[in-house]
Design a protein around this ligand. Structure first.
Ligand code: R5P
Length: 294
């Protein structure tokens, strides 16, 4: 029998896309919060002897983590043969070391809490920077999907003369990959993070790219400050208004409003459901899931 795919994060478009492209049946579950914010989870499908897969991006990690654990554990208690996790956005990957004395290294701690609940993991472009191998955090069979081919295709079809821009050295791995596939030039800027909501960005000799459309590439849009700062510098350098392309649109706080107010057109993949979703990952995810299952 085909595996049952449960959707916990409300990403119904991606859930439907995966069911169309991979050999899944839809799994039914109920999830809500009690008034005191405790979580209620109920599995409605018969999972006895079946393989179960949970689709859950972790962009609201603190509120999704408990229901995800409850669901995974309940599936096992009800007799599921295996429980896999498709978490297109994997949270807590950026705090990957103790930057200041006494800080929790949350990438490692979060993984230690989550990994025991899944038999395998598929994710999209996790923020691997100082930690290079996802397997050191999640010691289960896993696949990392790269959104670069999908981003490159989007750029090639939508932007006539693109100049790809990485806002900081951490973005270089993504922008270089996309630029290679889109056969487009790229530059990487220097970013200094001054606080949670404050960054400063320096721009190298960028005036020579006048006439190109700047396409900012980053893995995550969270508060949007990285893009806002970068766009401000590009404007000062006299470049056209930029387009922004990110793998994961987390959109914390009022990021979307701030980007719109600054005239930045932002587009994201559907790793996290959002109005800016323009790039569908279901084909790439389905391939990765099937390769892992095989
Ligand atoms: C950081 O290293 C990431 O690659 C992103 O640049 C960052 O998470 C974006 O965050 P924000 O939108 O809050 O500036």
């Amino acid at each position: 029998m085909n595996p049952l795919l449960f959707c916990l994060d409300g990403n119904l478009a991606l859930h439907a896309g995966l069911i169309t492209r991979a050999r899944f049946q839809s799994g039914e579950c109920e999830f809500r919060q009690f008034p005191d914010e405790e979580s209620y989870v109920r599995v409605l499908s018969d999972v006895q002897g079946r393989d179960a897969v949970v689709l859950c991006s972790l962009h609201r990690p603190n509120s999704l983590f408990i229901p995800l654990c409850f669901l995974a554990q309940t599936l096992r208690e009800l007799g599921a043969r295996s429980v896999g996790l498709v978490a297109p956005y994997l949270a807590y990957m950026r705090q990957d070391q103790r930057f200041h004395p006494g800080e929790a290294v949350s990438a490692r701690l979060f993984a230690a809490l989550l990994a025991p609940h899944t038999d395998w993991l598929v994710t999209v472009d996790p923020h691997l920077h100082r930690i290079h191998d996802l397997g050191t955090l999640y010691p289960v069979p896993h696949r990392v999907v790269h959104a670069a081919p999908a981003l490159a295709r989007w750029i090639s079809s939508e932007i006539a003369l693109p100049l790809l821009i990485g806002p900081d050295s951490e973005s270089e791995q993504w922008v270089a990959h996309v630029a290679r596939l889109a056969k487009a030039p790229f530059v990487v800027l220097q970013k200094v993070r001054l606080g949670d909501r404050e960054v400063s960005v320096s721009v190298p000799d960028i005036e020579r790219w006048h006439g190109h459309t700047p396409v900012l590439i980053d893995d995550i849009i969270s508060t949007g400050h990285t893009l806002l700062e970068t766009a401000g510098h590009l404007r000062q350098a006299g470049l056209c208004p930029p387009v922004a392309l990110a793998v994961h649109g987390v959109y914390a706080e009022d990021a979307q409003r701030a980007l719109q107010a600054a005239g930045i057109r932002a587009f994201t993949t559907n790793s996290i459901p959002h109005a800016s979703n323009a790039i569908d990952l279901s084909a790439l995810l389905a391939q990765a899931i099937e390769a892992l299952a095989a």
